[in-house]
Design a protein around this ligand. Sequence first.
Ligand SMILES: NC(=O)c1ccc[n+]([C@@H]2O[C@H](COP(=O)([O-])OP(=O)(O)OC[C@H]3O[C@@H](n4cnc5c(N)ncnc54)[C@H](OP(=O)(O)O)[C@@H]3O)[C@@H](O)[C@H]2O)c1
Length: 261
Amino acid sequence: MRRFEEKTVLVTGSTTGIGEATVREFAAEGAQVMITGRNAERGKKVLADIKAQGGNADFLQADIKDSSACDKLVEETVKRFGRLDILVNNAGVLYTATVPDTTDEQWYDTMSVNVAGLFFMSRAAIRQMRKQGGGIIVNVASESGLNGEPALGAYCASKGAVVQLTKCMALDHVRENIRVNAVCPGETHTQMIADWLASQGGDLDKLIRDLAKGLPINRLAEPREVARCVMFLASDDASYCVGTNMSCDGGNAATGGPYPL
Ligand SMILES: NC(=O)c1ccc[n+]([C@@H]2O[C@H](COP(=O)([O-])OP(=O)(O)OC[C@H]3O[C@@H](n4cnc5c(N)ncnc54)[C@H](OP(=O)(O)O)[C@@H]3O)[C@@H](O)[C@H]2O)c1
């Protein structure tokens, strides 16, 4: 029996990047997965690939800034697969700007997706998980939720909120058999990091090489490596992990300062 056989997993922001890797990995381990995001073309491509490999999956287009869309996502997942065992709150956006250079739109978009969207999804999922007698939530926070970073004020604030929400939801619901934890990834090879680096100007490959040199592990994470941490927290192996914000950052959090020293 594969590790997630008969489990239903909903992953927000699974049309690309870490979320896409996460649905692919869960499906490969037997889970029935609900793929979601705003981009239907990319979502349907991920769906077709998973199905072609014998996986059980579906796609629903949704913008998680809308609380009723989040309720519907959970409702439709239950209609399609019978229950919701695992919610992975992965969708996120990042804008690079210091506070005086951040526009109202950037601030509200960051907070609406990274915090409110995660809140709406969790609320809908917890209501469903209570009816079922339990469930698991894994949030994709960030190392930016644990430490400050230059020109990432809105993003860091939003991820700090995710770190705190993780702890609060974990405490509120552990006695209802609902376990909540978070992964805090470091720099991971996705479009988000490419866009962030591009905003600094210059050759992207060189920027990636330079970024890697500053990381203890000397390379960026691949999305699959973050997905595997999410899966650990979603598995029975993590049965005693409650409210943890687990770093998956190639050693960044361990440095406590600039690296190399
Ligand atoms: N890459 C990194 O270095 C890194 C490091 C630490 C933490 N993280 C976190 O990891 C998560 C995934 O990041 P990533 O690097 O994989 O980013 P990405 O490649 O840009 O993917 C972001 C995902 O979020 C979805 N999304 C964005 N806005 C949405 C909205 N309003 N409604 C629904 N879905 C929405 C996107 O789907 P659509 O475009 O289809 O809507 C996409 O699937 C994020 O929470 C990010 O903050 C990333």
